[in-house]
Design a protein around this ligand. Structure first.
Ligand code: PGA
Length: 250
């Protein structure tokens, strides 16, 4: 097993209340005794970011957000929160381009604006890309991914502030995962698309997301190019999330 830094990022989606700090404390206790090179980020609802960052004074866990409005300043956008507000609340990371937000109307252009506004606040980006089952079956995976990358990423961005999450839409919440040979090809493709954009700078980290759990994590650990995971449902339980990390290194 390599000693490369691995990312385990939880996407809590619309889950959690103040009492859910218990989950974070338990993960933190585990990480205090676990000696591998991990970066653990929990992207929680906006209502919890400030409270969690105040309670967790640990270098083991970073708190992130799940989306923001693209507008950089305060404005008349009822119900919205921008990157500046999330930074003030304590968010160090943000998920942008998640398929659940793309299906709510986030276009490549809007995602590009969101990335720009979050980078301005020095928040690290977790940029999600992925194809639908129809696109996959029509052999369009690579062109869809290329279009999502080119439509939202500018070459002036600092690649060290951007993590990519490859999340095939047909895999999110379904229990279905890609085959190893598919993942190897797709991860090489994504990394090469980014080196075209960023030229000589080192390519960003690329994570896998979609139905990752404590049982199937061993399968992914054999795929060298995967730099970590974006984990939805299984990150809402401390035990499952800890077991994912433990089992990855078994
Ligand atoms: P899942 O979600 O792990 O529940 O499939 C992943 C995601 O939507 O980021």
């Amino acid at each position: 097993m390599t000693n490369k830094l691995k990312y385990f990022i939880g996407n809590w989606k619309m889950f959690g209340d103040l009492g859910s700090i218990k989950i974070i404390f338990r993960i933190n206790r585990f990480l205090n005794t676990f000696k591998k090179r991990n970066k653990v980020v929990l992207c929680v609802p906006n209502t919890l970011i400030h409270y969690f960052t105040k309670k967790i004074k640990s270098k083991n866990i970073f708190i992130g957000a799940q989306n923001c409005h693209q507008y950089k300043n305060y404005g008349a956008f009822t119900g919205s929160v921008n990157a500046l507000m999330l930074k003030n609340a304590g968010a160090k990371f943000i998920i942008l381009g998640h398929s659940e937000n793309r299906s709510d109307g986030d276009t490549n252009h809007i995602i590009n604006k969101k990335i720009e506004s979050a980078l301005k606040q020095k928040i690290n980006i977790i940029f999600c890309i992925g194809e639908t089952i129809r696109e996959k079956n029509k052999g369009k995976t690579f062109s869809v991914l290329r279009n999502q990358i080119k439509g939202s990423i500018n070459k002036i961005y600092n690649p060290n502030k951007i993590i990519i999450a490859y999340e095939p839409i047909w895999s999110i919440g379904t229990g279905k995962i890609p085959k190893a040979f598919e993942l190897r090809k797709i991860f090489k493709f994504i990394k090469s698309e980014f080196s075209k954009i960023f030229k000589k700078k080192s390519p960003p980290k690329v994570l896998y997301g979609g139905s990752v759990n404590d049982k199937n994590i061993r399968f992914f650990s054999s795929i060298y190019d995967i730099d970590g995971f974006l984990i939805g449902a299984s990150s809402q339980s401390a035990k499952k999330f800890i077991d994912i990390i433990k089992n990855y290194y078994k």
